[in-house]
Design a protein around this ligand. Sequence first.
Ligand SMILES: Nc1ncnc2c1ncn2[C@@H]1O[C@H](COP(=O)(O)OP(=O)(O)OP(=O)(O)O)[C@@H](O)[C@H]1O
Ligand SMILES: [Mg+2]
Length: 271
Amino acid sequence: MIPEPRSGADDGGEPEDGRQTVLALREVSARLGARPVLHGVDVRVRRGEVVTLLGANGSGKSTAVRVAIGQVPVSGGGVELFGTPLRRFRDWARVGYVPQRTTAAGGVPATVSEVVASGRLSRAKLGFLRRADRAAIRAALDEVGMADRAKDPVEALSGGQHQRVLIARALASEPELLLMDEPMAGVDLESQQVLARTLAAQVERGTTVLLVLHELGPLEPLIDRAIVLRDGCVRHDGPPPRAVGQHALPGHDHVHPHSGAAEAVRSGLLG
Ligand SMILES: Nc1ncnc2c1ncn2[C@@H]1O[C@H](COP(=O)(O)OP(=O)(O)OP(=O)(O)O)[C@@H](O)[C@H]1O
Ligand SMILES: [Mg+2]
């Protein structure tokens, strides 16, 4: 059989390089309250890819991620996870989600290990944590360097430590797709490096990653592709803006050949 010629985007079947589309937002529009927030947004993430979602405050990054896991309903277009339409998708253990930190504070006091355990419930049988579950929880805490704080209440943690615990929670289910909304926000350089190593280990294992960032920072070497949102529309989908990270200091007017990304950098979209 002669394969049909294809344009850049795949249609949800097997793409030409044989990698499955793990997450697809197809022409997604979404509103929050009465406010239209996303306008025909296309996001495709294939197995093993590390894709970053960039854009100014309010451009719709968090909304796009929340649409991907069904927390925000679409008003147009559709979402698929692992090739299954979101409304039929049940296999949540395959997906790890780290929310943007402002939305993460819960009202119920919990210990670090309880929070991480909550990320494992989707794998646990009948809600009971078995030996393998407890081992996964320990491993996730180890990975983010928080094993020694397992019994502490989360209220007793600093912002950056709290963030590490949320990442451990997402890792505890050993997800195939990891969605992270600004995992580096408010995290000092040392913790950023811990997180970068954690993520590198996940990527090495074949985990697919979509993460919202404001700057690439220590994650830059891991990133395959950047999608830049502006006012709820995709403005760029392609190579990451390499200028960000090392050269994005004020006054450094670095122009880069990747036009869309370079424009994003120049216009301060990533600030
Ligand atoms: N509950 C809500 N009701 C109405 N509008 C909302 C609500 N939550 C967010 N918005 C608006 O939706 C738009 C997109 O918000 P979103 O949180 O997706 O942006 P973002 O790109 O993640 O921004 P940031 O970089 O600040 O996290 C913003 O204009 C925001 O004010
Ligand atoms: Mg956000």
